[in-house]
Design a binder for this molecule. Structure first.
Ligand code: AHZ
Length: 328
């Protein structure tokens, strides 16, 4: 988090309140320490730079509303910031700094099920060749032959998250649920009911959770020609986009996630990560609900590489559609 510029900038509204002089004096004191170490043994004299509550409010809201404005038209929306969604975001933002990428995550804490390994144990197992993704993001591991072990799942997730959040072309909207999909008639289909996905419909998650006991609380929207959905397997919020595809009659029914088989599950998820209907790429465990694929339980290689493949698919679809638009 960068220091609020307002510490060194006098807010116009405050000039008549005598704060300007005060700020200058205290800021001067504080900048004398250039490192944290230089603060040592100075705690008696220590004070924070002054602040007014409205400066904090404005520092947050100005940025958030600016982001809402900027990302109302996104290039790609990623729904769900679990291990698959974050891997997709990292890969996409690395490959294509020119694209505006919004991540919408229902939870307050991004990371989905990747803060712990299986049965709430700490270590995270990844089968090879998923260690290549760990090299890419700089996460150390122990090599056990055919698989590797990261000493704590939180090390993987926090490292990946910190990298994703630093990209200038990525914005994470957490505590925000995708409540619906924006659709348009699919131009190339002979089926008059066929649609392409053209963005997402959002609401604060806490609002989404109260549609049953409050009067109508309408949502907000993000337009995007391409959505990557990685909302995990079925659950209160999970498998969101693909369940909506069924209720919109865009796919007939879900295959339903099958029992645990690590041997087949991981290959299946990575290989089948794809554009399921025009404009909607599905990856991670959400895909197991579409295809009736097995679950893999506490091995995370497929989530990382499904994210990598979802990003690759997205770039392919994006470039192909742009080329078509230029031709048209
Ligand atoms: O909060 C959800 C989580 O962080 C978020 N999400 C779900 N529905 C949403 C919605 N709007 C916005 N409508 C939503 N966000 O999506 C994230 C999904 O993360 P996850 O970790 O559950 O999914 P994943 O596919 O990235 O990883 C799955 C991890 C599992 S489960 C499993 C098994 O049971 O076999 N094995 C693995 C590896």
């Amino acid at each position: 988090m960068s220091p609020p510029a307002a510490i060194f900038e006098i807010p116009v509204a405050s000039n008549d309140m005598g704060i300007k002089k005060d700020l200058a004096v205290k800021a001067a004191f504080n900048v004398q320490a250039k490192t944290v170490a230089e603060l040592e043994n100075k705690w008696e004299k220590f004070t924070f730079a002054p602040i007014r509550e409205s400066q904090v409010s404005r520092a947050m809201t100005r940025r958030y509303f600016n982001d809402l404005d900027t990302y109302a038209e996104s290039d790609i929306v990623i729904v769900g910031a679990g291990s698959c969604g974050l891997s997709a975001a990292y890969t996409l933002a690395t490959k294509r700094p020119d694209l505006k990428i919004a991540i919408v995550e229902a939870g307050v804490a991004p990371g989905g099920g990747a803060w712990l390994g299986g049965q709430l144990f700490s270590a995270m197992v990844m089968r090879k060749p998923a260690e290549l993704f760990l090299h890419e993001i700089g996460v150390p591991y122990e090599d056990e032959g055919d698989f590797v072990v990261v000493k704590h799942a939180a090390l993987f997730t926090s490292t990946l998250l910190s990298k994703v959040l630093q990209f200038p072309n990525v914005k994470l909207f957490n505590a925000t649920a995708v409540e619906d999909l924006i659709t348009r008639p699919a131009p190339t289909s002979s089926d008059p009911n066929a649609v392409r996905i053209a963005g997402v419909v959002t609401n604060w998650t806490l609002v989404s959770m109260h549609h049953d006991d409050q009067s109508c609380m309408d949502p907000n929207t993000i337009n995007a020609p391409l959505v990557i959905s990685t909302t995990g397997h079925d659950g209160p919020f999970g498998a969101f986009s693909v369940k909506r595809l069924v209720s919109m009659q865009q796919i007939e029914k879900l295959g339903g996630m099958r029992g645990l088989d690590m041997r087949t599950a991981e290959d299946a998820i990575v290989k089948r990560t794809r554009e399921v209907v025009p404009g909607l790429i599905v990856g991670g465990m959400e895909l197991s609900e579409v295809d009736g694929a097995n679950r893999m339980g506490p091995t995370f290689g497929a989530m990382a590489l499904s994210g990598v493949k979802a990003a690759e698919e997205a770039v392919g679809v994006w470039d192909e559609r742009n080329a078509q638009n230029k031709d048209a």
